[in-house]
Design a protein around this ligand. Structure first.
Ligand code: PGA
Length: 248
């Protein structure tokens, strides 16, 4: 079983998403994979309505860590739960880069998501410069350690990690299979070391960054890659279906 989770980012209208869910419902029904999609906040009520009694898992793309208060424009974990939201992407590189989210903020959001029974999808990844300067392992280690500060071992099975090299997101150039597999194994080893775990298979890490119907088979057939966080190729169900239906 692989996790195939779409990240719609700031795309699709309500009407488009309605027909999207109608098609995805059938696709998910016939799949043994975990099929999910993270939609803009305003469509969570629609997701709540349309994904009920289906095999589609849905989530938000962000949240704030405080319970309530004077935080104009923000959305709390409780608000997400009001619409039966299951997952929430935290620390996506677009949030880190465009909205200047820090590792400390990511950590607060992770702790709040876990306390509210949401599955955080924690994104980590290096930039092109960092990879070229051989900083990848150091950057990933810092991002992971900081994101998981004060997270208890028993919460690990509630977390999905996503390795998303920044240089591969939305560029059409995915990481090579070798790089993705090796880096994801490294991520699992860091987490295993932090929590004294023997079994790397207990840690779920997805690959994200230009994963599509063409390179999906190669990437998803790697043993440490537990699935994909898919942006562009998840926006049309015809494309997303091809990835969901890949037989490993
Ligand atoms: P992409 O985005 O598949 O369009 O590269 C992935 C992501 O940002 O989660």
């Amino acid at each position: 079983m692989k996790y195939l989770i779409g990240n719609h980012k700031m795309n699709l209208s309500e009407a488009e998403l309605k027909s999207y869910f109608k098609s995805l419902k059938k696709i998910a029904k016939n799949s043994s994979n975990f099929v999910g999609v993270c939609v803009p906040y305003v469509y969570l009520p629609l997701a709540n309505k349309m994904c009920k009694n289906t095999k589609i898992h849905y989530g938000a793309q962000n949240m704030f860590y405080e319970k309530n208060g004077a935080f104009t424009g923000e959305i709390s974990a409780d608000m997400l739960k009001d619409f039966n939201t299951e997952m929430v992407i935290i620390g996506h590189s677009e949030r880190r880069n465009i909205f200047k989210e820090t590792d400390e903020l990511v950590n607060k959001k992770v702790l709040s998501a876990l306390a509210n029974n949401l599955k955080p999808i924690i994104c980590v990844g290096e930039t092109k410069d960092e990879r070229e300067n051989k900083q990848t392992n150091k950057v990933l280690k810092t991002q992971i350690k900081k994101a998981l500060a004060n997270v208890e071992a028993q919460s690990l099975n509630q977390i999905i990690f996503a390795y998303e090299p920044v240089w591969a997101i939305g560029t059409g150039v995915s990481a090579t299979v070798e790089v993705a597999e090796k880096t994801i194994k490294f991520i699992k080893e860091i987490i295993a070391k932090m929590y004294d775990l023997q079994d790397l298979n207990k840690i779920i890490v997805l690959y994200g960054g230009s994963l599509n119907e063409k390179n999906g088979f190669e990437l998803l057939s790697q043993s440490h890659i537990d699935g994909g966080l898919i942006g562009g190729a998840s926006l049309k169900t015809e494309k997303f279906e091809k990835i969901i239906n890949i037989k490993i």
